[in-house]
Design a protein around this ligand. Sequence first.
Ligand SMILES: [Zn+2]
Ligand SMILES: [Zn+2]
Length: 323
Amino acid sequence: MLEFEYDPDQKIDWLQTAPFLGVHVAAVIGLFAIPPTRELVAWAVVFYLVRMWSIIVGYHRYFSHRSFKTSRVFQFIMAFIGVSCVQKGPLWWAAHHRHHHRHSDQEPDIHSPTLRGFFWSHMGWIMCKKYHATEHHKIRDFMKYPELRWLDRHYIAVPVALGALLWWLAGFEVFVWAGLISTVVLWHGTFTINSLAHVFGKRRFKTKDTSRNNLFLSLVTLGEGWHNNHHYYPGSARQGFYWWEIDIGYYSLRLLALFGIVWDINEVPQRILDKGRTLDQKVSGNQGPAESTPSAAAEATSSAAKSAPAAESETESSLAAGG
Ligand SMILES: [Zn+2]
Ligand SMILES: [Zn+2]
């Protein structure tokens, strides 16, 4: 039995976790039982990309950070596709993510790899009963939408219905590749940001956490691997701060803005971009890692401390205004 000594409440809920593990087993069996064809792999890749997009742009940059604005219809579309990722509902996801930013790598952080190890930060915490409930007080700004509350409460209904539809319309083999295998890869792709993006990569900014920038993770997650940038300035819809930091999620938002589907996209302020370049130049000039430069570090830390609560307080003020 997996138990975590630091908190007796943090035990794996095996009953709730069984379907999660069952999908893993089924996906591995499917991988060997149904050989990949070009068509099956294409199905899986498309299902992966569309759903990863809904998690990083919808669940993360929109519901968690409100880094752009959109219509109620498109908000629902993002939530609906997001629920098909089987990572629970948008309110649950965003509330836990806001908690992560508030306490990153400090004792209250639920999924810190530096405090609690790789397995726990990657997937252990999701399997734990203690964190099954949605913390409504952290996501009051979106609680007023009944359609979001419904999705959050019945988060399993959508993926089950879509899975059945996929099996019925496209056949069992497509269901295995686009439904099961794609979902397992999608899960672990997403989870890497909680685990690996706090362990492997470069730290441009000295934030109060252990977040890192990692190109490989950015490619896997369509732009979320610039996690140190993101922790430094979480209010921005853009996580790859410079042209060479590939951020497909951000490019998609610019494209959607051209059609008027999203608007008021929060950008990275010029002073932050300038500071990042200065820190990069110091590193390339062999003046030691950016984070060890005392003046830059002190300023970066104070700025991070300001920017994280700023994202929260924006949320809270809009709640107060009922907007
Ligand atoms: Zn993080
Ligand atoms: Zn975030």
